[in-house]
Design a protein around this ligand. Structure first.
Ligand SMILES: Cc1cc2nc3c(=O)[nH]c(=O)nc-3n(C[C@H](O)[C@H](O)[C@H](O)COP(=O)(O)O)c2cc1C
Length: 251
């Protein structure tokens, strides 16, 4: 069968189920070739009709190949999807691990939708017994914000996290508020803003600014987060941390 010309309009027997353009043979013979196969054997037929082979009729081998390919599709899809999941996962851990306390804020409004998202991260924080003891006060007024953090720039906000109790001995509320503080701090950085946690000014907030902030007498601030825009050439960056072998043990 090797070298036979196939006349135009040839009808193939029912048991021949493969016409397969064989690039390898084409390269060897310099002619367009097709590979015909039936249930028992395969033969090569010189195929010199100029132009492209009209179509592919599947053979048992091709069907088997097709099954293999179809079987491989989920695997290929999983392999293709893995980098996306990995990227997604590394994006999340990246924000948690690569954050830094911003030192160089610039002026610029933070849209309300972003403020809502940032504070929603605080609202979603886990708390002991799900008591959610916190209150979030977003200080947009520059004069008031500067009384808490004097370096505040126009458009920056100071988010004050407060809870019932004196802010010193109400341990459970303080821990919950601390977690909410961290969520807010990270959410701001996830949205591309700079953020920095503050406790230094809190004593002053509780002694002199509670009225300005609208706090009832029994409530006190626990922490504040400065959130604002950062310029491309920020001088900020995370400081070194202790090595894992200094702080981590496995028992
Ligand atoms: C609970 C807490 C209180 C902080 N209080 C202040 C503060 O009062 N003033 C200040 O400049 N930075 C404050 N920071 C920021 C820390 O100095 C900063 O997170 C730390 O130096 C690590 O910075 P880095 O992540 O950029 O390396 C506070 C951070 C935390 C977590």
């Amino acid at each position: 069968m090797f070298g036979n010309r196939i006349p135009k309009g040839t009808k193939f027997p029912d048991n021949i189920r493969l016409i397969f353009f064989n690039r390898f043979l084409t390269e060897i013979t310099g002619k367009n070739c097709i590979l015909l196969g039936d249930n028992t054997n395969e033969c090569f037929i010189n195929f010199s009709i100029s132009g492209i082979i009209a179509g592919i009729i599947y053979s048992r081998e091709v069907l088997q190949m097709k099954k293999m390919i179809l079987g491989a599709v989920p695997l290929l899809a999983a392999l293709c999807a893995f980098p996306l999941f990995a990227q997604q996962a590394s994006r999340s851990t990246g924000i948690i691990i690569d954050h830094y306390a911003t030192r160089a804020f610039v002026t610029g409004i933070i849209p309300r939708a972003d403020l809502d998202t940032i504070v929603h991260a605080g609202i979603r924080t886990p708390s002991a017994g799900n008591r959610q003891p916190w209150y979030f006060t977003i200080v947009q007024d520059l004069n008031l914000a500067k009384k808490i953090v004097p370096q505040t720039e126009d458009g920056n906000v100071i988010i004050v996290i407060s809870a019932a109790g004196d802010g010193k001995t109400n341990t459970r509320e303080i821990i919950d508020c601390a977690l909410a503080t961290q969520s807010i701090y990270l959410a701001a950085q996830a949205l591309g803003y700079g953020s920095r946690i503050y406790t230094g000014p809190i004593a002053n907030v509780n002694t002199t600014l509670k009225n300005d902030l609208g706090f009832p007498a029994e409530r006190n601030a626990v922490a504040a987060v400065w959130v604002g825009r950062v310029s491309a050439d920020v001088v900020s960056g995370a400081s070194p941390r202790k090595a894992a072998d200094e702080t981590v043990t496995f028992k």
